[in-house]
Write a protein that binds this ligand. Sequence first.
Ligand SMILES: Nc1c(NC[C@H](O)[C@H](O)[C@H](O)CO)[nH]c(=O)[nH]c1=O
Ligand SMILES: CC(=O)[C@@H](O)COP(=O)(O)O
Length: 140
Amino acid sequence: MAKLLIVEARFYDHLNDLLLDGARTAIEEAGHKHETITVPGALEVPGAIAMAAESGRYDGFVALGVVIRGETYHFEVVSNESARGLMALSMDSLAIGNGILTVENEAQALTRARRTEKDKGGEAAKAALRMMELREKFAG
Ligand SMILES: Nc1c(NC[C@H](O)[C@H](O)[C@H](O)CO)[nH]c(=O)[nH]c1=O
Ligand SMILES: CC(=O)[C@@H](O)COP(=O)(O)O
């Protein structure tokens, strides 16, 4: 049984709850354990994963969050840099699934966060699980 750390950027409570439901369900259905920590926003997610990875306590990581476009260029910064940070960590052989939504409005977020619709939280968890499998395959 593996253990995954879910790192959620809790910027919108109701949307995060939906993403968490999807991710946790996917991990439990695969027969593994999970722990969740919360950070202020998407920009803090990669750093939190990097810190947690140093502990050696987790086999995989799921990044969750919602970035909704506002009036300024900050949307691009938050969206692109959180994704870039996660990609850099994955290139360092961390098993990560990225479930940080980057959307234009709440309606787009709701459709993608709900487990009964696009289930992006579950999708991210399954991506992390698959990367864990691949790391095991290539390590052996
Ligand atoms: N606007 C959103 C943010 N912004 C906050 C940043 O992620 C970060 O926490 C802040 O700049 C301090 O370093 N974060 C989200 O997750 N979603 C948003 O819509
Ligand atoms: C994605 C964001 O950072 C956004 O919520 C911030 O809104 P604004 O660009 O109007 O300051």
